[in-house]
Ligand binder design. Structure first.
Ligand code: BGC
Length: 624
């Protein structure tokens, strides 16, 4: 296999170099050079092969702590399995290098990584370089601290990349394999979003910033660079894929080492696009009025998943001059799409869109829905050269770049000093023009991008596919049969713009109430538009004893139905809606309240849809 850069010397030592030139102490560099030559392991083709990966102890502790609140033994055990998985460490601003309120610094993690390295087994440390000037030019949720200006670029170089490189080049880390994911979303934005003034302004800084990062990182033989290459639902069309491969080649050619400055590409970073669609294997298959790829959901894009995309991209990259050894990574941290809504067979419909919508495992309203997508699950566990992947995909590994449980963006405005803004793609009540005028499908009540989002984490674990083994035991073979793993939300997929929603009744395992009749009050409010509405329900236990589980029932006015609900298990039969507690909010002390909600559809809708009525809690009427 491959071959780029086998040299073990030439490691850059910024601090030492200064001393050496200033004082001409020949002995210093010689000693270091010989240490490097004897101790450092060579640059290999696939750093993940035969290696372990770094488990971030801070993230793992957060996951462990979520497990103590899981309220369900299987879920808790699955969370503990998740806690042992490797995830990437994001340098998402200058202060992340030294460490800040959101986490420990890079040195802490590198030192921990050394402790995790045992014997001669190599250890891969997944690092994300994410702080370009004008970051996230087509969205708002992850806007960064550096402006798209010359001054922003200067700070990127001297206050961000240089200090990272200084730390990494400490000889004590020379035997860690550092795998750097370079600047998610940046170059892909230059392919599809140049109509946006912000992206036009960012473009030269993205190119120059990525070039600089590659030049500096590739002074170390133990660093492996993977350029972010979006995902199949973004760049899969030939009209995007071709220009993307060309742009990657253009940037590579501007670097000091040319094509050798890039070890590979990473796709699906922080996204939820599946590896493949198991029931839609032939994009050209004719169903009803046309080919499967021509369905609304795919918009003629023949790459339905990441295996297809990495294979497609690899082919184009090699044609542009990249070596065949260029390796691919796929972020599988959130692309599982298991749980009760996962189809188990291809649809039998003869209507093209119905066929596609009933067959696909990707249950987003649109492939552009990137923010905290409701219903997604964790995907494949991190692993090198996955045997189940097609050879043409050229995979080095499945990796978890986005740590599961960290938000993609806030669902409302949250003041912060990181430059992050409110992107309505993260607001579940927003009908987005970028999603063919559909609701975003984002998980409600999300915190700022990067913050821990436990409600989402629970759903990700429950909807994992393959099912997460409970504490390292054998995985359950039939992932759809996970009765305790009902997601908080069970959206029936309604990918058309005006959903005529039949509520899902998949939330079968309604918990049996363990408490008797309840005294309760309910506050119900709803805001609507022509075809839909969002309802919030605040339920208060006004009785004198605690409830250990609850079951709220009510009647919706004619013409209304539940489309997607959250923070409870939602079912509808006729106009009667039942919301049973989720695993984590079943306990309701006297006087305590719980907020649940749903998106509904309505016919002849108004902005103030008529409210639901006849509320009962565990069979007893509530005041409303
Ligand atoms: C955020 C970063 C965060 C990363 C990982 C990004 O969306 O902007 O701040 O470190 O996700 O969660």
């Amino acid at each position: 296999m491959s071959t780029h850069g086998k040299k073990t010397v030439g490691r850059r030592l910024r601090a030492v170099a200064t001393v050496a030139t200033a004082t001409a102490l020949v002995a210093v560099p010689l000693t270091l050079a010989s240490t490097a030559a004897t101790a450092a392991e060579p640059h290999v083709d696939n750093p993940y092969a035969g290696a372990k990966q770094y488990v971030n102890p801070t993230w793992a502790a957060t996951v462990e702590s979520a497990a103590t609140r899981a309220g369900d033994a299987t879920l808790a055990a699955q969370m503990r399995t998740v806690a042992r998985q490797p995830t990437a460490v994001w340098m998402d601003r200058i202060s992340a290098i030294a460490g800040n309120a959101d986490g420990n610094g890079l040195k802490f993690h590198l030192d921990e990584a050394l402790k995790q390295k045992t014997g001669s087994t190599p250890l891969v440390f997944n690092l994300v370089i994410y702080n370009l000037p004008g970051r996230d030019c087509f969205a708002l949720a992850s806007n960064g601290e550096l402006p798209a200006t010359d001054a922003g670029l200067a700070r990127y170089k001297t206050e961000y990349i240089d200090p990272i490189v200084d730390l990494l080049s400490d000889p004590k880390y020379q035997d860690l394999r550092i795998s750097a994911t370079i600047e998610p979303d940046s170059l892909p934005n230059l392919i599809t979003n140049m109509s946006e003034a912000t992206c036009q302004q960012s473009a030269p800084y993205y190119r120059e910033g990525v070039k600089y990062a590659l030049d500096e990182l590739k002074t170390m033989d133990n660093v492996y660079t993977y350029i972010d290459a979006a995902h199949s639902g973004w760049l899969g069309w030939d009209t995007n894929a071709g220009p993307a491969a060309k742009l990657f080649a253009d940037v590579a050619k501007t670097t000091k080492k040319g094509f050798a400055s890039i070890d590979g590409f990473v796709t699906n970073t922080a996204n939820s696009t599946p590896l493949a669609e198991p029931f839609l294997t032939d994009p050209n298959k004719q169903v009803g009025s046309g080919q499967v790829r021509s369905a609304t959901f795919y918009e003629w894009n023949a790459d339905f998943g990441e295996h297809a995309w990495t294979a497609h991209l690899h082919r184009l990259l090699v044609a542009e001059g990249f070596p065949a050894s260029t390796g691919m990574l796929i972020d599988t941290s959130r692309n599982g799409w298991g749980g009760p809504n996962r189809p188990t067979a291809a649809s039998t419909s003869t209507d093209l869109n119905t066929y596609v919508n009933e067959s696909r495992i990707d249950k987003r309203v649109h492939r552009g829905a990137w923010c905290n997508p409701l219903g997604a699950g964790i995907g494949e566990l991190p692993k090198a050269t996955p045997a189940s992947a097609p050879a043409a995909a050229h995979l080095d590994a499945y990796v978890w770049i986005k740590p599961p449980g960290e938000s993609d963006g806030a669902s409302k405005e949250i003041p912060n000093d990181q430059g992050k803004s409110f992107d309505r793609m993260c607001d579940p009540t927003f009908v987005s023009p970028k999603l063919a005028n559909q609701l975003t499908g984002a998980t409600p009540d999300a915190p700022l991008a990067g913050q821990w989002f436990e409600a989402q984490f629970r759903t990700l674990v429950r909807n994992a596919f393959p099912v997460i083994p409970a504490n390292g035991t054998t995985p359950t073979p039939t992932p759809t049969a996970t009765p305790t793993a009902t997601p908080t939300v069970t959206p029936t997929v309604t990918p058309t713009a005006t959903p005529t929603v039949t509520p899902t009744a998949t939330a079968t395992p309604t918990p049996t109430p363990t408490s008797g009749p309840a005294a309760c009050s309910v506050r119900y409010s709803a805001n609507g538009w022509s075809t839909g509405f969002t309802a919030s329900v605040r339920l208060t236990n006004t009785g004198s004893s605690a409830l250990s589980s609850w079951n709220l029932r009510f009647t919706l006015p004619a013409g209304q139905s539940v489309q997607q609900g959250w923070s409870a298990q939602w079912t509808q039969s006729g106009q009667t809606v039942t919301a049973a507690n989720a695993a984590w909010n079943g306990t309701l002390a006297p006087g305590a309240s719980v907020e649940i909600g749903f998106n509904g559809s309505q016919t002849n809708g108004t902005s103030s849809p008529p409210p639901a009525s006849g509320f009962t809690l565990n069979g007893s009427p509530c005041a409303s």
